[in-house]
Write a protein that binds this ligand. Structure first.
Ligand code: SAM
Length: 291
C-alpha cells in the first residue's frame, strides 16, 4: 500500500485552492481531507497517511473544488445548527448566517407552537426548529420541484410536514391561517444582475438567489402571506440582503398588520434579518383577513 503524508498533501492542496481564488483554502483542504479519510476535521491531527486510493480521491475532489464546485456539494452536506443537511445540485446550500434567524425564532417560542418555514429549500430551518424544539409542529413550504425533492429527502422520518407550492399564495397552508405562532423565512433576495461568486452563480439555483430588479419581489409576497398565517402576537422573521434592512422594515410597517417591526444585525454589525409581531391592525390586506 502506497501512503501519502497527510500534512504534505494538505499543504499542496491549500496552495492549489488559494491559487483558484478560494479564500477559505486551508479550511476547505482540511474538510475535504477529513471527508476522504472518514474522520471529523479535528481527527486530522491524528491522521498521518492516506492510501493511494484516498489520495486519488482527494486529488479529484480538490480539482473539482478548484473549479469552484461548492465544498458542500463535494461532501454532500452542509452543517446547520449542529445538523448535517444533505445538499447537492438543485438546492440552495444553507448558510451559517441563517442560524441567527433560527436563534431569534426559537427564543421565546411558546410550548407546543406551530411554526412555518417559508421558502424552505433543503429544509435547514424547519429541521433545526424541529430538532431543537421537538414540542413544536413544523411545516415547510417550497416552490421549486428540485429543491422540494431535497426537502422531502431531508425531512423524511422527521416530524416536519412539507408542502410543494408558492409560499406567497393564499393557498399555501391555507388551513393554518390565523393559527401560526412563528413564521421563519430565508427567501431569495439578491437583486437581479448582482455579481456573485462562481459557487453561487453556477451551483445555487437562480430561483433561490435572485428576486427581481430590487431583490424584494418574494419578500413583498411573504410579508403579506405571513400576516394571514400568523395569530395575533405571532412573530415573523425574514432574512434579507444586507442593504435591505430599512426597506424590509418599511414593507412590514406599511402592511399595517404588524407591530414592533425592526431589523437585526450580526456580530459584524451587518444587517441580516427583519422581524415583526402580528398586531390587530387590519392593514392593507383587509380583504385577505375577511376571507
Ligand atoms: C435562499 S433559498 C433558502 C433556502 C433555505 N430556507 C435556507 O435557508 O437554506 C430560497 C428558497 O426559496 C425558494 N423559493 C423561491 N420563491 C419561492 C416561492 N414563491 N415560494 C416558495 N419557495 C420559493 C427557492 O426555490 C429556494 O429554495
Amino acid at each position: 500500500m502506497v501512503e501519502l503524508q497527510v500534512r504534505r498533501s494538505m499543504a499542496a492542496a491549500t496552495a492549489l485552492l488559494a491559487e483558484a481564488g478560494i479564500t477559505s483554502a486551508r479550511t476547505d483542504a482540511e474538510l475535504l481531507a477529513a471527508h476522504v479519510l472518514g474522520v471529523p476535521r479535528s481527527g486530522l491531527m491524528l491522521a498521518t497517511a492516506m492510501t493511494r486510493a484516498q489520495a486519488e480521491r482527494y486529488e479529484a475532489l480538490l480539482f473539482r473544488r478548484a473549479a469552484r464546485v461548492p465544498l458542500q456539494h463535494l461532501v454532500g452536506a452542509a452543517p446547520f445548527r449542529g445538523l448535517e443537511v444533505a445538499v447537492g445540485p438543485g438546492v440552495f446550500i444553507p448558510r451559517p448566517e441563517t442560524e441567527l434567524l433560527v436563534e431569534w425564532g426559537i427564543g421565546a417560542l411558546p410550548a407546543g407552537a406551530t411554526v412555518v418555514d417559508l421558502c424552505s429549500g433543503s429544509g435547514a430551518i424547519a429541521l433545526a426548529v424541529a430538532s431543537e424544539r421537538p414540542d413544536t409542529t413544523v411545516h415547510a413550504v417550497e416552490l421549486d420541484a428540485s429543491a422540494a425533492t431535497w426537502l422531502a429527502r431531508n425531512t423524511s422520518g422527521t416530524a416536519v410536514s412539507v408542502v410543494c407550492g408558492d409560499a406567497t399564495s393564499a393557498d399555501a397552508l391555507a388551513d393554518l391561517d390565523g393559527l401560526v405562532d412563528l413564521v421563519l423565512c430565508n427567501p431569495p433576495y439578491v437583486p437581479a444582475g448582482t455579481p456573485v461568486e462562481p459557487e453561487v452563480a453556477d451551483h445555487d439555483p437562480g430561483r433561490a438567489v435572485f428576486a427581481g430588479a430590487d431583490g424584494l419581489d418574494v419578500i413583498r409576497g411573504i410579508v403579506a402571506r405571513a400576516a394571514s398565517l400568523l395569530r395575533l402576537g405571532g412573530r415573523l422573521a425574514i432574512e434579507h440582503d444586507a442593504s435591505h434592512g430599512d426597506a424590509v422594515v418599511r414593507l412590514l410597517t406599511e402592511d399595517g398588520r404588524y407591530e414592533e417591526a425592526m431589523d437585526h444585525v450580526d456580530l459584524a454589525g451587518r444587517s441580516r434579518f427583519a422581524t415583526a409581531v402580528r398586531g390587530s391592525g387590519p392593514g392593507r390586506g383587509l380583504a385577505d383577513l375577511q376571507s
